[in-house]
Structures are given as C-alpha cells and as structure tokens.
Design a binder for this molecule. Sequence first.
Ligand SMILES: Nc1ncnc2c1ncn2[C@@H]1O[C@H](COP(=O)(O)OP(=O)(O)OP(=O)(O)O)[C@@H](O)[C@H]1O
Length: 659
Amino acid sequence: MSSDYKTQKGQDFDRAAFESLLKRKVFLWQSFEPYGAVKGLFDYGPPLETLEAEVINIWRDHFIRTEKMMALKCSMLTPFEVLKTSGHVDKFADYMCKDPKTGEILRSDHLIKDVIEQRLLSDREARGEKIEVAEEDPKKKKKAVKAAKTAVKLEDAQRKEYEHMLATLDDCTGDDMGALIKKHDIRNPTSGNEVEPPVSVNLMFQTQIGATGKEPAFLRPETAQGQFLSFQKLLEYSDGQLPFASASIGYSFRNELSPRSGLLRVREFLMAEVEHFVDPESGKRHPKFHTVKDVKLPLLSRKTQNEGGSKPTVISIGEAVETKLVDNETLGYFLVRIMYFMQKIGIDMGKLRFRQHMQNEMAHYAADCWDCELQSSYGWIECVGCADRSAYDLSVHMKATGVPLQVREPLKEPYRVEEWTAALDKKKSGPKFKKDAGKVQSALDALTQDMREKLSISMQKEGKVSVDVPEMEGGKVELEKDIVSFQKESRIETMREYIPNVIEPSFGIGRILYSLMEHVYWTREGDAARSVMSFAPTVAPIKVLVVPLQKDAKFAPLLSHLEQRLDDDAISFRVDQSGVSIGKRYSRNDELGIPFGITVDYQSLEDNSFTLRDRDSTKQVRASLDQILEAVAKMCRGKESWKDVQGRLPVFESEGKEE
Ligand SMILES: Nc1ncnc2c1ncn2[C@@H]1O[C@H](COP(=O)(O)OP(=O)(O)OP(=O)(O)O)[C@@H](O)[C@H]1O
C-alpha cells in the first residue's frame, strides 16, 4: 500500500495509530479472544454498536420511509432446496489455491493481486520513487519492506501487462487465474512455494434443521432469497401495483476462504438489501428519475477498466442513462440515492466511486451491475453492489415450486386468441393408462401450438398419433381418435401475466462503518498530536460531552439538572468529571467522536448560561440552556450546522489553549 491514502486533512494515514485508537476506545475486537480469537468474526463495543444503530436509522429513513419500501424480516436459516434453486449451492464459490507443502489456503484472486502489486511496488522502488509500505500484519510488512529494498526494475511492457492484469482481474475465470499463476510464476508469498491450480470452493455454512438430518439447510449468504419468496404477499400489500420495493436488514454468513482486512472481509455481517420489482415492459423507468437526472456521479466504466484505466468519469446520471452507460433509469436512480446516503452519514465524497462490473464478474442473468466503492487504506473496496437481476430469481423459484411469483393484471386492450387444445378423454384414458394417465396429459400439455396443429392433421389422416412421454416406459404412446381430441378454440384474452425484473442495491454495513471510521479519522497538530474522530453529529455514537470546569460540589445541582434536560430531549451524553485538565478531557473524548461539549463553570452558577464546544473547530459559544439544547438537537438532526449556530449565538473566547 502506498502512502497515497490521506486523512480528510491531507495527512498521511497512519493505520497503526488508527487501529490503536479503535482498540483503546473499544470500538471492536476479534470475537472469542480468551479462546484465541476466530478469524473473520468481530464483536462491536459500545461506540461501534451505537454508530451502527445510527447508520441503520438513517438507512431506514433514507430508503424505507422516503422511498415507501416494504420492510421485511425473513429467516436466516434457509432450506437446501431454496439455495439449490437460486444457484447458490452450485455457484456461490470463490477460487482458492492450496500451498501443498504448508497446507495454507489462499484466495486465488487475492494471491495474484498481492504478488503483482508487490512486484509493481518493487519496480517503483527500483526506479527511485519514494514509497511507503503499510501492511496490517507486521510479519508481512517486514517482508514487503525487505522486498522493496531488494527492488527489481521491470521492463516497460511487463509493467504494462501487470497493470492491465490488476485492472481486469475481476473478469477472470478460475482457468484464467490458473494460467496467470503459471505464466507469471506466482507463488505463496509467505513460503515461496508453488501453489496448486485454483479450485472452486462453496462459501456457505451448511447445517440441518431438526435432528434427523433429513432437512439440510444453510445460513443464508444474502437476505434476498427470503424477499423473493415473499413476492406474492408484497404484491397483495401493494394492491397489485408495480413498481414497488421491499427492504430487509439482517445478518448474512459467508465462509470466506481467507478473511482479512478487519471488518472488510468477515464471515458474519449485517446487510441492508433492497429488491425493487419493476415491469420489464416499462423500460425500467423510475417515476422519480427526473428529480435526480442532473446529479453528477464518478462512474468507472467497464470500457475504461478494459483499457487498463482506473479513473472514473464524472457525468450526470441523465447522460449516463441516455448513452446506455448505465442500463436503465431505475438502476441510475438508485446509484444517486446510494451516493446521497453515503453523504448523509459522513462518507468523504472524494473517496467514493461507482465501478461497473466486468462481463465475467456479473452473474450470467444480470443486465448491468455497479458497485459503490469506498477508498480506505486497503484500497478501493466494494461497499454496495447495485445489480439488475432481471427476472432470474422469481422465474427459477416459480419453476421449482409451481407457485406463481408473477403479476396478473387486466389488459388495457383485450384481444382474441386462437389456441389448439389437446385433451384426453378421462373415461377412456384412465382405464387404459391407469397411474400413467397424468404423465400422458402432462406430455400433451407440454406440446407447442405448432405440434398440436401437426398432430391434429396426422390424426385426421391416420386416425392415431404417436406422442413422446419420456417418463413412461418406452418413452412413447400411441393415441387413437377416441381417446384424445385436438381442437382449435378461440377466446378473448383479458389478462396479462409477467414476471417482474428486480433491481437490487445491496449494502454491507460493516464495510461502510469501517470506511466511515477511516474517513473521519485525523490528528490535531499541537504540542502532542491528538487523534480525532469527526463523526457527523447525525451518526456520532454519543452526542454531547458534559464537563464541569473542575471538581466542585457546587456544580452538582446544575449538573443533574443538565443531565435531566438532555435525557428529556433524548440526546445521548457522557459526563467526564475526572480530575484531569479540561483540555485533556476534551481531547480524550474527541477520540470517541463526541461532536459537542457542554461546560458547566462558575458563570453557569450565576446566570444559568453554559458554553457549547464544537469538536472539530474547538470553537465555543455561550448561551442559555434552552438555546444550547435547541442548537444541539437541530445539529444532531442535520437541520443546522455549527456555522449556523456560531452565527446566531454569542461566541465564547476561552482563556488560553485547550491543554
Ligand atoms: N465477507 C464480507 N464481509 C463483509 N461484507 C461483505 C462480505 N461479502 C460481501 N459483503 C458486503 O455485502 C455487499 C453485497 O454482497 P455481494 O454479494 O455483492 O458482495 P461480493 O461481490 O461477493 O463481495 P466481494 O467480491 O468483495 O467478496 C457487498 O457490497 C459488501 O459490502
């Protein structure tokens, strides 16, 4: 990792210092630590648990309430058949390579990326470019630094090939990766051993329902399938009107092959998924698209990636849809809504881009797919996938279950249809075919209109026809005139039946939280550098720090009154009455990201006024409690900024520096 990644203040991002803050302030830790911890599983401490709740509240408001979505809570335990039908049993897999000597398992794409990035890094070092290497694992870091010291310069053509490989890696099949590993002599970086060719490994956790073992099941790898199977209920709830959307927030589970990068790749994570159902004949237009069409987004197209580029183009979503860069209005509308959501929770807009999926990266049924990627010290990471899943899921579940996961609506203009029917005479076919009579009728039902017409002509000529019934012994039956009739019937068609298409924005909340924490982290320069987490007041886990100027019993009644008022207004707060200086108390709570501080001092005892401090600027205003609480409440709802407050309340000049 190069030092290109900066904090919001343009400082070099120091991951070790950042991680130490997360640890010190108990944001998160690896689960089951006393037992040696388990990779890919994390527990959230109080600040992160509350941050997640605040982000989810905004998500609910931004999507479920504003977009009138239907919220669902579906089961996580999912029967085998459901995930067999959806394709997850056969295809939800990643490629892995095994180091045959050490037994280590490496995800094939990660292996290629790590080794090639390392070679490019080494090349930059050899060409005299100043680079820094930051690796999460100290052993790896040591190795990387060593490799950079023994730098190898690459030929221009080789460098270009490597850069192209990285840009198009997501487009590779297992065989492609196997070929790359061979061609470029890519080995396990830890052992230096050659690795075995990539093998596909399913990522789902299998279990069983009940004790008999007869009902195999999985922990769901996404919330989507439960939503698809609820389609009929949703249709009823929306009075049969499309488009509509469902939304679900819940845990999903993936047995990642090599969990790494903290919260970015874990085995159990919170997802927030939307399934937007739309009539394919509507051109997937969105009724509110006109409200966003001029909004500009950074879009990294498939074409740019194929050419080895990684710089997005900033264009309006209206233009992107018009030129078919983004497939349709609904997909485009959601890309804008995703960007606005990220902005609301405080994501740095300079560290956000939308990347189009490469052809092989998309599911075969998908019409188009864009990832919202956030930049962190680990590089650009997919945090939201936004895919057009076409009619795939509803179609396969309908076929497997026979349950009509489709829309039936009256036609605006009914029309006449002429159809050939093929019916068995039940009185005669029953005794003749006995238990196979149903199979014969099913075979007749499966005949196309053309076939029925042809058979009717043969019947007239020869008095009998031969029909394929693959499920019966011999695979064929002879049917005579008296047992089957082919007739052309005419009727008025009044209903239209269709399977809706689905646009799915799928959010990984953990990845968003991690990126957000990196984006708001910076250090305040001073006598000693102090870390700050600049959470927006809307998401900050604790909104107010209450600090009495010093330890003095005289402050007690005022403090308890203040605490009561904050509770009454449902504003979360923390009181810091410890004996250390007020500056120290502010700065250690800046690390928790508390946006405002209310100080109780001797003047408060005289005139009931308090000072309100802004975490980021450290500026203060002085006002009555009513005015301060009103300002805090507005800022926490995102209705006012500190600048507004500073403009209307008297500024307070504190004596001396905050130390
Ligand atoms: N192992 C994981 N840990 C944390 N979040 C995840 C993980 N896998 C997926 N997600 C989140 O769920 C979202 C939707 O899942 P999706 O199936 O599109 O991811 P994916 O394409 O499999 O991700 P990746 O290619 O990074 O494994 C992702 O955008 C991401 O935010």
